[in-house]
Design a protein around this ligand. Structure first.
Ligand code: HEC
Ligand code: HEC
Length: 344
């Protein structure tokens, strides 16, 4: 080999070592660095935990609302922000002493649709965009998002409906649908709406419920159930659970299964589905107590046009089954369920 050829070979093998070194520093070094800094991004083999004191139930994947920056970037950002604000502070704008008008009671949508309608098992709105319009059995009619919002405005907020052309209505509807934008059409998001609590074998007991209420709820909702009015006197810091500023007897929470599922996962305020504090029985008994207290009445004569469609815990007859209003209100519900299973 000529002197030059040997030199050329040396240079080229030197170059490939150099190439290797470059690849190493460019690829492997950052990977190793990241492994130690953001190590959590890599699945690690779990260390064996000590024997758990309670049975561990792995949490299913619950749907999440889109993140805030996506709203900021949205072309309708202003409308969406206002919709969210209205859901969170409804009474301030349109409640009994609202700054825009006086068309609803003392409640905010957020009182029952927690974290502006985004909380897992906090009655969230994530399934609205994907499942409406649909035929609802309560009205027997095709129901779109505006109609559904009006349902809560007239029942949970014991107020008057809004036209779909009103700016406030447009804002709430836009925000609610924005929340569900990632859920495929026709699908229900896991953790949306209210947690379906299992029926008890006995009837729910308002007397037991009152005692639990006095122990676990009065500190915020007060002994008279009227909550605490905010300083602005337009809304509540702690919302009323019965009486003239609370939901009426046509509202979803007036069905004790909805009330029980809601409080189980969300009350006392601060708990979630990950750390509930009430037993199922406590939740049912609380529901029986609160839903036996006085509240505004709604004309329900046009509800459930097919009576066999009435939910088992709808407390107003007539029914397609032989059970009493009392049993439809407080249970036990399993015999009713079984009756329908045998009489389809
Ligand atoms: C007193 C409690 C309460 C308040 C306040 C309330 N809602 Fe509701 N809302 C409910 C209940 C209960 C349901 C039914 C949930 C279920 O069936 O699991 C519901 C359902 C809905 C749904 C349908 C959700 C779905 O996935 O089908 C929409 C939309 C809605 N509410 C909008 C509103 C808006 C907007 C406001 C404020 C103007 C409001 N709600 C205030 C209790 C309330
Ligand atoms: C630490 C204070 C606190 C305690 C204790 C508490 N709540 Fe609440 N509750 C709240 C707040 C605050 C809201 C409204 C949440 C929001 O707007 O984000 C609320 C909302 C509610 C609502 C829906 C709105 C309404 O007025 O109908 C119900 C029902 C309810 N609570 C029931 C209960 C029950 C039953 C208990 C006892 C197990 C209880 N709460 C304990 C603070 C509390």
């Amino acid at each position: 080999m000529k002197q030059e050829e040997i030199l050329a070979q040396k240079v080229s093998s030197g170059l490939s070592i150099l190439k290797l070194l470059i690849v190493f520093t460019l690829v492997l070094v950052p990977v190793i660095f990241m492994y130690f800094t953001v190590g959590n991004a890599w699945p690690k083999v779990e260390e064996k935990a000590e024997a758990p004191s309670e049975i561990y139930v792995p949490e299913p994947k619950l749907a999440k609302a889109p993140s805030a920056w996506r709203m900021e970037k949205d072309e309708n950002a202003e409308l969406l922000e206002y919709g969210k604000e209205l859901i969170a502070n409804t009474a301030y704008y349109i409640g009994f002493n609202g700054i825009k008008k006086h068309s609803t009671n003392g409640l905010n949508c957020q009182n029952c649709h927690l974290e502006a309608g985004a909380k897992a098992w906090g009655n969230n709105y994530l399934s609205v965009a994907s499942t409406y319009p649909k035929i609802r059995k309560r009205s027997g009619k095709m129901t779109d998002v505006y109609d559904r919002i009006n349902g809560c405005l007239q029942r949970s907020l014991n107020g008057t409906p809004m036209d779909s052309t009103e700016y406030e209505m447009k804002a709430m509807a836009a925000y609610i649908q924005w929340l569900g934008q990632d859920v495929p059409r026709g699908k229900t998001a896991e953790g949306s709406k209210i947690y379906p609590l299992e029926f008890m074998d006995r009837a729910a007991d308002p007397v037991k419920g009152k005692a639990i209420y006095e122990a676990k709820c009065v500190s915020c909702h007060m002994a008279d159930g009227q909550g605490i009015l905010a300083e602005n006197s337009r809304s509540y810091t702690y919302p009323p659970l019965w009486g003239k500023h609370s939901y009426n007897d046509g509202a979803g929470l007036y069905r004790i299964s909805k009330f029980a599922g809601y409080v189980k996962m969300n009350m006392p305020f601060g708990v979630s589905h990950q750390n509930p504090q009430l037993s199922d029985e406590e939740a049912w008994d609380l529901a029986a107590f609160v839903d036996s207290m006085p509240r505004p009445e709604k004309d329900k004569s046009k509800d459930w046009p097919k009576i066999a469609d009435k939910p088992i815990d709808h407390p107003f007859g007539p029914y397609a089954d032989p059970f009493s209003e009392e049993q439809h209100k407080y249970g036990p519900f399993k015999p009713i369920q079984e009756w329908y299973a045998g009489n389809p």
